[in-house]
Design a protein around this ligand. Structure first.
Ligand code: UDP
Ligand code: LCN
Length: 806
């Protein structure tokens, strides 16, 4: 039993515990989540006039603070206590305060009971348990190291090299032998016959290049090195070749993690990369703001560009560029025949700013053309993915003239396709979630049957389980995406154990302590988004046009609202009109604060203005809500609402125009997985106020280079902005200070260069690990295939049957 519960039961606080439970029973609710629990306890403390310390610092206060869920049963309660990140314990507390630990199985039964789906007399429900498959791999111990998988793995692999040198050297030798580019052998050739020879030949080669001038180009001594058994890939000059060989020599003699990392990151293993992003409108213009298309498209395109650049640099340093070795990156997306004026019906489109980066669009097979000729929501896409992966495989092989070396999935659908492709092609699979829907929708698993017609979560969550377990490695944008914060469960963590009543129980859905998890945040396109002070790089005519659009242009087709005083400090936000983005919450906050209205104008870029422009019910209701707020608080003259979808280049300049006027950026989302607009605003030099729910909590350091807001507390949010604005009015340097620190924060931590060099070194080390542990993974992959064919596929077929009727 937890020490905390023991402490509560040993003192008078047990009376409060009993009383608190009894008061919970007084409400109609039976299932309490953390927010409800904390609120109920606050009420309890105030009603019972508890001393100030009791709420947070008493044993019971602490216990309540750690409690994520309470489920009331007839004579007992079930409490989920998460006293540490990524680890929870479940207890049953009987009404007489007897406490017993509960198994995960019992917990899942309780959850089923609450929705009247517990039917033991009809037999057990399928139990999914991935724990045994992780027995083969090492696990991280300390939760603070979760997400630093590669460091851990380097240590693990180098210790293997140290302990079992012979076996691991053999594997390393075989691995080095594998590398080829278009039939050209790389790294070592048949002249080095075994691991023992490898060690000797390295020393010979080091001596040979040591006698050459450091800057002697590789091509000038290529054939002598080949005679010694070494092929291209070691370096572009004698100096660099010598250095790389020295690192390998050191790795063989005295392996350690730093040496392993620096060696593996130098060897050219990745030439062709496919980034899978299936749903939505994937394109370079005119797509942002369309359904299902948002930051993911921006992310993937920027990543593709940056990957190419990084690979080119690597190839150059490895001496491969002169041999005609060049990278190729393909973004694999869906071809949408009725493309509504976008390029989404074009099979191949070059990615701007790349030499050899492409968007390859492959259509879904036809089935019912009413569906497959058109855009299909990400919630409905599942029946088409298996055949899509088969078709994509053929086309990728043709486009690459060979296999890709790395498949990166994006979002649940892209990750499933990445799994299918990687499995067939036997290549390294990386997963990127962007946002996992499971935690976005409250109780989405418990009530999946009620939500199934609209969301098809049974398919999505099964696909997620398959893809995240299959992936060789997972990239997350933040730590909390994996395991949350002390108060809230992480997105991946929510897959650890859950019930899908009547379908399955997941008793261990993912190993959060696995080294497969790596936090690698995205960057921002520095050619588009840069500090407002870089005036030489700004185009004056764009700046003037956008100033007019933002503050004065009178064009009811694009803009709602005329400012009484356009010179007031602008509070700016830009997002789609999704409920979760909560632009209406920001308008409400502005509306409620007359002081804020006195000092500032509110400028919103929100894609659309009029109901006839949308068919999406959520968007329509947000639009209506925004009009109502403007009316209710009489915000005419104080707000501008731009119903435009800005092209990329304009979206960069727009932040800078706001910064010219010493404005601020506010990101008021109810939850934001990461939030690219925050990086964009900050790098432009805008002091940024962003939601404390989700990724922004890691991007911003509160009060240092930006500010956290709780968007559900509009009063407090208004006060925070007002406080900042007042400070700036008193001391104009304050704005510049925060602005400068925001810029520095992005350049130091969130660049695509940092991201892709990390991604490539991860791909290599996990590629090596994948190679050395392939037998161990096979049973896991077989289990995942069984899930795919026995659970996912029949359900996808049923959805396809429904699609035939549309
Ligand atoms: N965006 C844009 N034009 C618009 C609205 C948004 O270019 O009119 C871009 C914005 O600059 C950002 C992306 O869309 O790059 C939104 O990404 P974010 O991660 O903030 O949110 P998501 O839409 O993915 O939830
Ligand atoms: C999806 C989201 O919801 C955003 O928070 C992210 O910034 C975006 O994807 C890119 O990863």
């Amino acid at each position: 039993m937890s020490d905390l519960i023991k402490s509560v039961l040993k003192c008078d606080e047990k009376i409060d515990l009993r009383q608190f439970i009894s008061e919970l029973r007084g409400s109609d609710q039976r299932y309490f989540l953390r927010n409800d629990i904390v609120r109920a306890f606050a009420d309890y403390c105030s009603q019972h006039e508890k001393a100030g310390y009791f709420y947070k610092s008493s044993y019971l206060g602490k216990l309540i603070d750690y409690t994520q869920e309470i489920i009331l049963e007839d004579e007992s309660i079930c409490a989920i206590v998460r006293s540490k990140i990524a680890s929870q314990q479940v207890f049953r507390i009987w009404d007489d305060l007897t406490v017993e630990p509960m198994s995960i199985q019992d917990l899942l039964d309780v959850r089923d009971r609450i929705v009247n789906r517990y039917r033991p007399t009809e037999g057990d429900v399928l139990e999914l348990d991935f724990a045994p498959f992780y027995d083969y791999s090492p696990t991280i111990r300390d939760p603070k190291n979760i997400g630093k998988g590669v460091q851990f793995l380097n240590r693990y692999l180098s210790s293997k090299l140290f302990q079992d040198g012979r076996k691991w050297l053999e594997l390393l030798y075989e691995f080095l032998n594998l590398h080829q580019y278009n039939g050209q052998q790389l790294l070592i050739n048949h002249r080095i016959k075994n691991r023992r020879e490898l060690s000797d030949k390295i020393k010979d080669a080091i001596a040979f290049v040591g006698d050459l001038p450091e800057d002697k180009p590789y091509v000038d001594f290529r054939f002598q090195l080949q005679d010694l058994g070494f092929e291209p890939g070691w370096g572009n000059t004698a100096g660099r070749v010598g250095e790389t060989l020295e690192i390998l020599d050191e790795l063989i003699d005295s392996p350690d993690d730093a040496v392993l990392e620096s060696f593996v990151s130098r060897i050219p293993m990745i030439f062709r990369v496919v980034l899978v992003s299936v749903h939505g409108w994937f394109g370079q213009e005119g797509v942002l703001g369309r359904p299902d298309t948002g930051g993911q498209v921006v992310y993937v395109l920027d990543q593709a560009r940056s990957l190419e650049k990084q690979l080119e640099e690597e190839f150059k340093l490895a001496g491969l560029d002169v041999l005609g070795v060049y990278p190729k990156t393909i973004v694999l997306s869906r071809l949408i025949p009725n493309a509504e004026g976008t390029r989404c019906n074009q099979r191949l489109e070059k990615i701007r700013g790349t030499e050899n980066g492409w968007i390859l669009r492959i259509p879904f097979r036809e089935f019912n053309p009413n569906m497959t000729q058109n855009w299909i929501s990400r919630f409905e896409i599942w029946p088409y993915l298996e055949t899509y992966a088969l078709d994509a495989e053929k086309e990728l092989l043709a486009e690459f003239e060979g296999k890709p070396d790395l498949v990166v999935g994006n979002y649940s659908d892209g990750n499933l396709v990445a799994f299918l492709l990687a499995r067939r092609l036997k290549v390294t699979q990386c997963n990127i979630a962007h946002a996992l829907e499971k935690s976005k929708y409250l109780f989405s698993n418990l009530y999946w049957q009620d939500l199934e017609n609209q969301y098809h979560f049974s398919l999505q969550f099964t696909a997620d389980l398959i893809a995240m377990n299959a992936a060789n490695f997972v990239i997350s944008s933040t730590y909390q995406e994996i395991v949350g914060t002390p108060d809230s469960v992480g997105q991946y963590e929510s897959y650890d154990c859950f019930t899908m009543p009547d379908l399955y129980h997941v008793v261990k859905g993912i190993e959060l302590f696995s080294p497969k998890f790596n936090v690698v945040p995205p960057g921002v396109n520095e050619a588009v988004y840069f500090p407002y002070t870089r005036t030489d790089d700004r185009i004056l005519s764009d700046r003037e046009r956008l100033e007019e659009l933002l503050f004065t242009l009178e064009d009811p087709t694009q803009v709602f609202g005329k400012l009484e005083d356009p010179s007031k400090r602008p509070i700016f936000s830009m997002a789609r009109l999704d409920r979760i983005k909560n632009l209406t919450g920001l308008a409400e906050c502005f509306g409620q604060s007359e002081a804020l209205q006195e000092h500032c104008n509110l400028i919103l870029v929100a894609g659309k203005l009029r109901a006839e422009e949308s068919t999406d019910s959520e968007e329509l209701s947000e639009m209506q809500k925004l009009y109502n707020i403007i009316e209710h608080y009489d915000l005419y003259g104080k707000i501008r609402w731009l119903g435009v979808r800005l092209p990329k280049s304009d979206s960069g300049e727009i932040y800078r125009v706001i910064a010219d006027r010493h404005g601020v950026f506010v990101q008021p989302a109810l939850f934001e997985a990461f939030g690219l607009t925050i990086l964009e605003a900050m790098i432009s030099g805008l002091p940024t106020f962003a939601t404390q729910f989700g990724g922004p909590l890691e991007i911003i350091q509160d009060k240092k280079n930006g500010f956290y807001i709780n968007p559900t507390n509009v009063e407090e949010t208004a006060e925070k902005i007002l406080d900042f604005v007042s400070k700036c009015d008193q001391s104009p340097h304050y704005w510049e200070e925060i602005s400068q620190r925001a810029i520095e924060r992005v350049y130091s931590t969130y660049t695509w260069k940092i991201h892709t060099s990390r991604l490539l070194s991860l791909s290599k080390i996990y590629g090596f690990w994948n190679y050395t542990s392939k037998e161990n993974r096979e049973d896991l992959l077989r289990y995942l295939e069984a899930l795919f064919y026995l659970i996912f596929k029949p359900r996808a077929q049923a959805l396809l049957d429904a699609h035939w009727q549309r």
